[in-house]
Design a protein around this ligand. Structure first.
Ligand code: ZN
Length: 221
């Protein structure tokens, strides 16, 4: 069964939120509570909007950490089925291969196995979180000027984990009963991307039609 056949199954209303990362400051905690309360109300479209009077960068930061945790958790459910043997390349269908590049060890786009790629990706995101100059943990310390560009880049890359899971591990996701969570998580992610104009539609690759339909379905919500 491919995920394309399951387009019509609606995402579940239940939403499991990952535990908040440690060391968040109180304003982030408040924002997170707000996000959780809004999610509980069932409207993802509403949940992604910047709460009135809140700082946009703060909102982007909190949500980036949450999506990172969600994706980590979702990928964690398939890691034993995603090995260098099963997935020697980081692909989303045979048409799209994602090459890894960073400013550290991989200065040129490089083929990595999917688990390797995702490990590098998660560490790369984590290193931003730990960088006080990018994600300041102290109140009053400003975010960098290029913060939104960094966030856009993080989202563009995190999206690829969804793409890989959908295209190559959908069967196990279905068997494990995680599909509603995966759909809800992706929908939330896409709404967030659209709300803040973070990733181009062309970067949705093999999921473009699926995403279009998902978003169209959610229009009334
Ligand atoms: Zn894989």
């Amino acid at each position: 069964m491919s995920f394309f056949h399951s387009i019509n199954s609606r995402s579940s209303k239940s939403y499991s939120k990952p535990s908040p990362s440690s060391g968040v400051r109180s304003s982030q905690f408040k924002l997170r509570q707000y996000a959780e309360a809004t999610l509980g109300s069932g409207s993802l479209r509403q949940a992604v909007r910047l709460p009135e009077g809140e700082d946009k960068n703060e909102w982007l930061a909190v949500n980036t950490v949450d999506f990172y945790n969600q994706i980590n958790m979702l990928y964690g459910t398939v890691t034993e089925f995603c090995s260098p043997q099963t997935c020697p390349e980081m692909k989303a269908t045979d048409e799209y291969e994602y090459l890894w590049k960073d400013n550290d060890k991989f200065k040129r786009p490089t083929t990595l196995s999917a688990p390797d790629y995702i490990e590098h990706l998660m560490n790369w995101v984590q290193s931003y979180f730990e960088n006080e100059a990018v994600f300041p943990s102290k109140i009053g310390v400003p975010f960098p000027k290029n913060f939104q560009q960094i966030i856009a880049k993080i989202f563009k890359r995190l999206y690829r984990v969804y793409a890989h899971i959908y295209c190559h591990h959908f069967e196990i996701i279905t068997q494990l009963g995680i599909q509603p969570h995966l759909n809800t998580s992706l929908k939330h992610f896409i709404y967030f991307i659209q709300e803040f104009d973070l990733v181009d539609r062309k970067d949705f690759g093999p999921l473009t039609e699926f995403v279009d339909k998902m978003v169209a379905d959610g229009k009334t919500k």
